[in-house]
Design a binder for this molecule. Sequence first.
Ligand SMILES: [Zn+2]
Length: 180
Amino acid sequence: MNRLAEIMAQNKDFVENKQYESMLTSKYPDKKLVIVTCMDTRLVELLPKALRIRNGDVKMIKTAGALIHHPYDSVMRSVIVAVTMLKAEEVLVIGHLDCGMAGLKGEQVVDRLKDRGVALEELNGQDVNNWLSGCEVIEQGVLNTVKLIKEHPLLPKDVKVHGLTIDPTTGQLALLYEDQ
Ligand SMILES: [Zn+2]
């Protein structure tokens, strides 16, 4: 069975057996939190469990490295929507140790793209290397993202923005910045 067929079959089983019933909730986050974190596979189950987060508790936004490079990208839009339309009041930016985005240079990604025959001329005039880059160290990446959110002209002043890292093995959090 291919991957998609397997997913479809498992989904049919999930719905028919009403496994959703224990997860019924609303679109408003009960803990009034937005979490911006990385797409890392090790965090899929670990992060919610390590923070005692259940379905309905938070708005979870995932992006490589938990990094926001541009103030008007889709991650920042999600944060703004969460704190205005969805009743969230605080933002946690949670990077993680051993993140693939730490030390990643856009040039490395571009080289792989070239190897796979991608025509990069299409992107003339755009700063592709910067757009594809990670950060030097994850702690600084988290702090830069916290600063970008906190200083965003569209962010209401009463929204708190905190910065943390999580260990992708143990789930242990480390606090980098607490917004008082
Ligand atoms: Zn990561």
